[in-house]
Write a protein that binds this ligand. Structure first.
Ligand SMILES: Nc1ncnc2c1ncn2[C@@H]1O[C@H](COP(=O)(O)OP(=O)(O)O)[C@@H](O)[C@H]1O
Ligand SMILES: [Mg+2]
Length: 228
């Protein structure tokens, strides 16, 4: 469970991005975070993984008080919460498999174990034929899959996906959504930011809209029933 309790975030004295925001996302669920560019979606994700501190309020993930987590526990938090970054953060001079192996090796896995795990997650995301390609030799959708695979290496309980369909055509976007849904069905909580209306217009999942510093929950389940 992800919980925001009266969380405010300001950058400097003037720019207030979140104003006493409270919400929760149940364990094992799939929720969307929508809002215009600049509304604060990435900021929310950065707060969850302690890349930023809230100005006020608390963020709790299961039994972890993220806000007051000692620094030496932050790696534990980031293994529990896998992140697919908006800009992917892939290393362009390394192959697909090397990109996925790296976080494992940095956290002390032996070479063989790291490689086996990387192969396993890359197969899971449908990249078995691409292990030795470089990111620039892949399509946008395949690059997104590499970033998703890398977010999965520590068997996280939660995946944050920051606009994973941002640069993709609609068909590829829905394939990425399918992949995230299949990961969710295996028990991982998925929290996905998007500003793509087409992705969420027919969903029956929880949709949270961030606007002018506040979050409102939207549920369009009923509308879907009428439409079909
Ligand atoms: N480190 C920062 N310093 C100052 N302003 C920032 C910083 N990070 C983000 N912002 C501002 O906060 C707002 C929200 O940004 P962001 O969370 O990236 O929005 P989104 O992901 O919804 O597009 C933007 O106006 C952005 O310019
Ligand atoms: Mg963003």
């Amino acid at each position: 469970m992800i919980q925001f309790r009266d969380v405010s975030k300001k950058f400097g004295d003037e720019i207030s991005i979140l104003d006493k925001v409270s919400f929760s996302i149940d364990k094992g669920s799939f929720a969307f975070l929508i809002g215009n560019t600049g509304s604060g979606k990435t900021t929310i994700f950065r707060l969850i993984i302690r890349d930023l501190f809230p100005t006020e309020g608390n963020i709790v993930i299961d039994d972890l008080d993220v806000t007051n987590l000692p620094k030496n526990k932050v790696p534990h938090l980031r293994r529990k919460v896998g992140t697919v970054f908006q800009d992917l953060k892939l290393l362009m001079d390394r192959t697909v498999i090397e990109n996925v192996i790296l976080p494992l090796e940095l956290s002390g896995f032996r070479e063989k174990e790291a490689k086996d795990k990387a192969v396993e997650v890359l197969i899971n995301v449908g990249l078995e034929g691409k292990l030795d390609k470089f990111p620039l030799q892949l399509s946008g959708g395949e690059r997104q899959r590499v970033a998703i695979a890398r977010a999965l290496v520590f068997n996280p309980e939660i995946i944050l996906a920051d606009e994973p369909t941002g640069n993709l055509d609609l068909q590829t976007s829905f394939q990425i959504l399918d992949l995230l849904e299949s990961i969710n069905k295996k028990g991982t909580t998925v929290f996905m930011a998007t500003h793509n209306e087409r992705i969420i217009e027919k969903t029956d999942k929880k949709v949270m809209l961030i606007e002018k510093g506040s979050i409102v929950e939207k549920n369009n389940k009923k509308e879907v029933k009428h439409a079909s």
